[in-house]
Structures are given as structure tokens and as C-alpha cells.
Design a protein around this ligand. Structure first.
Ligand code: NDP
Length: 313
């Protein structure tokens, strides 16, 4: 028999856990499925220095563990499992977990976040787990005193390059433009770090190596008259070029923008389907911060509670 809940939360980043804290304190007895990456993207981050309330900073995994404990304290039912399909064209909404178990929910809060992007090079797949990574915090340890490359010019790339510079002997930062897109403070930290060499106007076009990554084929000024090809010898290749929202299962069920982010009412977590709310990075291509995700998780839980009481559910 299908399980019936008043509030189902899909995803376990700051948005999902905050929604679970608010929903459980409002007596909605929420069930939260943690998804592929329990704790979300912050579990792959080192220091979080900008989450209010932690004057000395906190690690991403610790912050997520604290949020989870806080939600559990108020009775949220937090489970392992991945939502594999949804049907929002019926009442109650139906969400299938791990391809078999169906949960019927009066309200659904989607907080499935976003995933790291890859360049799409065949070599990324060829060397998966053999020197290619999209998470410096997870894999940096393997590159102590080695040479690594990071691709990207945003805050994530700079953060990862700085983190890796603390472990590796040298870090190449491969940036396709002539400037870094990252915030000024991160740019300054990168430029001041003697272990980091920034390769501006460069693209990584392939990898080479016998039993794992041994180097990157790089093209400078790609497609221009002064195009220049060269190789750099590295032991690890890290991607930090942004994220894709995790909305595959919501295609055809909810309105998504051209990139795939869930479209919500401006300033609110309400989607085009009554009783379905979206919170965190899955619906936010602009801010993408832990604190904004937590804020929208709170909004989603409050909206779910209001919806249930208005409908007398
Ligand atoms: P961004 O979208 O900000 O940056 C992506 C970077 O990758 C850009 O430099 C982009 O280049 C480059 N890129 C994208 N696609 C390719 C490609 N195919 N080949 C080569 N380079 C590519 O993503 P981030 O993940 O860095 O940051 C996302 C958001 O999270 C931002 O708002 C950021 O400020 C925030 N953030 C904040 C942190 C903090 O405050 N501690 C830490 C990490 C992230 P181009 O510039 O040419 O487009």
C-alpha cells in the first residue's frame, strides 16, 4: 500500500533541512528523502564563512549535520532514498522513491539542488575516478604534493584552487576568459597564492595518461589567429565550472526555465502546481547560497502549512 504524508520534502541541502525544521515544528510530520548526495553540495565544501551565526566559520559537512539534527529533534522523518518520478497531475501528488515505493503527499517541497557541470570531453568519462573530479574537498587529499589543474573562473574554482594549493605542490587554474568572474576577495587570494598559476584565455580540450591522468591538452586563444596549443603535466583534473539544476524528473510536470531551473512566483516558493513548492538552488540561478536556500526552505514550509490549513487537510 502507498504511504500517505501531509508534507514530503525531496532533497537534503540547507533548503530541505530548513523546510523539515519548520514543517515538523508546524506539526506537518514531514518525511524527507535525502537524495543522491545526502546533505547536498555543502558536504563537498570546506569552510563556510558566510553562514550567519558561525563567527569562526564551520565546515560544510558539520553545518549540514547540525541542520539534520535540528530537523530530527522536532520529529522530521529523514530517510535515504531518491525520488525517481513524480505525478503532480493528481491529488494527492504521487512521488516514486527508488523506482518502487510510492508516496502520496498533500504537499511536496522540492529542494533537489544542483549538480556540478562537466566540460563534456570524452576524456572526463575515460578518466573518471582516475584523476578527474568535480569536488576538491572530496578528492584533494589524494593529490598531496602533486600537481593539479582546476577549470573555471568563478568563486567555486577559486575556492577549490586555494583549497588544493594547501595540499598540492602546484595548481594550474584554467580560465577561458581574460579575467576571473569570482568575487574580488577570492580573486585577490588566488593571485596572491604562489602555488597557483592562472592560465587565462585557455581551454582544456583533452587529457592524457597511461593509467590515469598525467596531463591536460590546453589551447590558448582558441579559434583565434594566435591560437597556441600546449600540454601541462598534472596528476589531477578538477572541474569547477558551475552547476545544473536537478530537475530531470520534473520535466513536463512543472514550468522550468531554459536552463532547467524551476520557475516559481517571484519572491515566493510556489510553483505552477498547487501544493508543490520549490526551495533552494533548484529554483535559484541567481544567489545560490546556503543562507538563501535555507530562507526559501523556510518559506516553502510556511506556504505548505498555509495551503494545508486553507484546504482543511
Ligand atoms: P559560476 O557560474 O559563477 O562560474 C563558472 C565559471 O566556470 C566561470 O568562470 C565560467 O566561465 C566557467 N565555465 C563555465 N563553463 C565553462 C566551460 N565549458 N569551459 C570553461 N569554463 C567554463 O559558478 P560557480 O560554481 O563558481 O559559482 C556559482 C555561484 O555560487 C556564484 O554566484 C558564486 O558567487 C557562488 N559561490 C560562492 C561561494 C562563496 O561565497 N564562498 C563559493 C562558491 C560559489 P565564464 O566566466 O567565461 O562564463
Amino acid at each position: 500500500m502507498n504511504e500517505k504524508v501531509r508534507c514530503l520534502i525531496i532533497g537534503s541541502g540547507p533548503a530541505g533541512y530548513t523546510a523539515a525544521i519548520y514543517a515538523s515544528r508546524a506539526n506537518l510530520a514531514p518525511i524527507l528523502y535525502e537524495g543522491i548526495q545526502p546533505g547536498g553540495q555543502l558536504t563537498t565544501t570546506t569552510e563556510v564563512e558566510n553562514f550567519p551565526g558561525y563567527p569562526e566559520g564551520i565546515t560544510g559537512p558539520e553545518l549540514m549535520e547540525d541542520l539534520k539534527k535540528q530537523a530530527t529533534r522536532f520529529g522530521a522523518d529523514i530517510r535515504n532514498g531518491i525520488a525517481t518520478s513524480v505525478d503532480f497531475n493528481c491529488y494527492p501528488k504521487k512521488v516514486t522513491i527508488d523506482g518502487e515505493k510510492v508516496i502520496e503527499a498533500d504537499t511536496v517541497i522540492i529542494s533537489t539542488g544542483a549538480s556540478a557541470k562537466y566540460l563534456g570531453l570524452p576524456d572526463e568519462a575515460k578518466y573518471a575516478g582516475m584523476g578527474v573530479s568535480a569536488c576538491a574537498t572530496c578528492d584533494g587529499f589524494f593529490y598531496r604534493k602533486k600537481v593539479v589543474a582546476v577549470v573555471g573562473g568563478g568563486d567555486t574554482a577559486c575556492e577549490e584552487a586555494i583549497y588544493l594549493a594547501g595540499l598540492a605542490s602546484k595548481v594550474f587554474l584554467i580560465v577561458r576568459k581574460s579575467f576571473l568572474r569570482a568575487s574580488k576577495v577570492m580573486q585577490d587570494r588566488v593571485m596572491a597564492n604562489e602555488k597557483i598559476e592562472v592560465l587565462f584565455e585557455c581551454n582544456a580540450v583533452g587529457l592524457f595518461g597511461e593509467n590515469g591522468v598525467e596531463g591536460v591538452h590546453v589551447v590558448r586563444h582558441m579559434g583565434e589567429a594566435n591560437e597556441e596549443k600546449f600540454d601541462i603535466a598534472v596528476d589531477g583534473f578538477f572541474l569547477a565550472i558551475g552547476h545544473t539544476p536537478n530537475t530531470e524528473i520534473f520535466k513536463g510536470q512543472l514550468n522550468l526555465d531554459s536552463v532547467g531551473y524551476i520557475i516559481t512566483e517571484p519572491g515566493r516558493p510556489t510553483t505552477c502546481v498547487e501544493g508543490v513548492f520549490a526551495a533552494g538552488d533548484v529554483a535559484d540561478s541567481i544567489y545560490r547560497q546556503a543562507i538563501t536556500a535555507a530562507g526559501t526552505g523556510c518559506q516553502a514550509a510556511i506556504e505548505a502549512e498555509r495551503y494545508l490549513s486553507e484546504k482543511g487537510l
